[in-house]
Design a protein around this ligand. Structure first.
Ligand SMILES: NC(=O)c1ccc[n+]([C@@H]2O[C@H](COP(=O)([O-])OP(=O)(O)OC[C@H]3O[C@@H](n4cnc5c(N)ncnc54)[C@H](OP(=O)(O)O)[C@@H]3O)[C@@H](O)[C@H]2O)c1
Length: 270
């Protein structure tokens, strides 16, 4: 699995990470099965795990799985998501307790109370309890505000939506990230599952085989990872074998413009 620098600074991440929205929001007997997803991901070379207090039980379940299977092999990216200062402190304390007293990448989720949350995250960075600070937003309409925060110089990376059917981020956000040397983490690389529902035929995937592509999900992930401005894509999955499948998309060679246009055309039909 290729590793990539997360923008300025010395943090390196695996090209493919793992999202935890919905898939780790489980309790009780289901937890053990989801721990196996984390184990499979780590074994396949995935190092970045993205979570949030917005994802129900996900931070806790991720923390337990990493404690079992290798916290030291992981780069944890979680988020703070509230307009309430006391609640923000509580979210951060809980996350630090789940992840062994440190969180490598801390993000302001959906820019909620961004400037105040950045104050707190900068303090934690000064204390050495986090390494990098980021901001996320899923909505195109929030890109102007996200770009203001990027220009403010207080963040090291952004997390944005990008996939073969949604390339809005390429217009202004990615050029600005490149100009500022910010890392880029890509959410919803499979369109929250919509893009993988109707896979193209084996024959349609034939021209992509020489790039190591065996499945449609890998083609979609490679589409995103072939954009050199992207540090890491974080597909979510509840299945260990898919974590491994997705990880392979982080192996070179990557697509050129022609293959990217081909995958986008298949995605329009899917
Ligand atoms: N505002 C924000 O900050 C924000 C917003 C949205 C998302 N995110 C982050 O981005 C992550 C990814 O986004 P997402 O979870 O919405 O969607 P996604 O990663 O685009 O798609 C996930 C879906 O794809 C399926 N899938 C995964 N690998 C597959 C494969 N190899 N073959 C077929 N199906 C596959 C999964 O189902 P199975 O479980 O059945 O495999 C799941 O339903 C989230 O988990 C979260 O960490 C952040």
């Amino acid at each position: 699995m290729q590793r990539r620098r997360l923008g300025r600074g010395d943090v390196e991440v695996s090209a493919v990470g793992l999202g935890t929205w919905q898939v780790l929001d489980v309790r009780g007997r289901e937890e053990e099965a989801r721990h196996e997803v984390i184990r499979a991901a780590l074994d396949a070379g995935i190092t970045l795990f993205d979570s949030s207090p917005m994802y129900g039980e996900a931070e806790r379940v991720l923390g337990d799985a990493l404690e079992k299977h290798g916290r030291d092999r992981a780069t944890v990216a979680t988020k703070v998501w509230t307009s309430n200062d006391r609640e923000a402190e509580r979210q951060i304390d809980r996350a630090l307790s789940f992840f062994g007293g440190r969180v490598e990448l801390y993000q302001v989720h959906n820019l909620v109370a961004a400037q105040k949350r950045l104050d707190a995250l900068e303090e934690l960075k000064g204390e050495g309890r986090i390494r990098s600070i980021g901001a996320t937003h899923y909505s195109h309409s929030a890109f102007p505000d996200l770009m203001d925060v990027m220009r403010g110089g207080r963040i090291d990376f952004v997390q944005v939506p990008y996939n073969a059917a949604d390339t809005a981020v390429t217009e202004e956000v990615l050029p600005l990230a490149a100009e500022l040397d910010l890392g880029v983490i890509v959410m919803v690389p499979l369109g929250s599952g919509r893009l993988v529902r109707n896979a193209p035929s084996e024959k349609d995937l034939e021209p992509l085989r020489e790039f190591g592509v065996e499945t449609w999900a890998q083609a979609l992930l490679k589409f995103v990872l072939s954009d050199e401005r992207v540090s890491c894509a974080i597909p979510a999955t509840s299945k260990p074998e898919r974590a491994k499948e997705n990880a392979h998309a982080g192996d070179p060679p990557f697509f050129g413009d022609e293959e990217r246009e081909y995958v986008a055309s298949l995605a329009r039909r899917a």
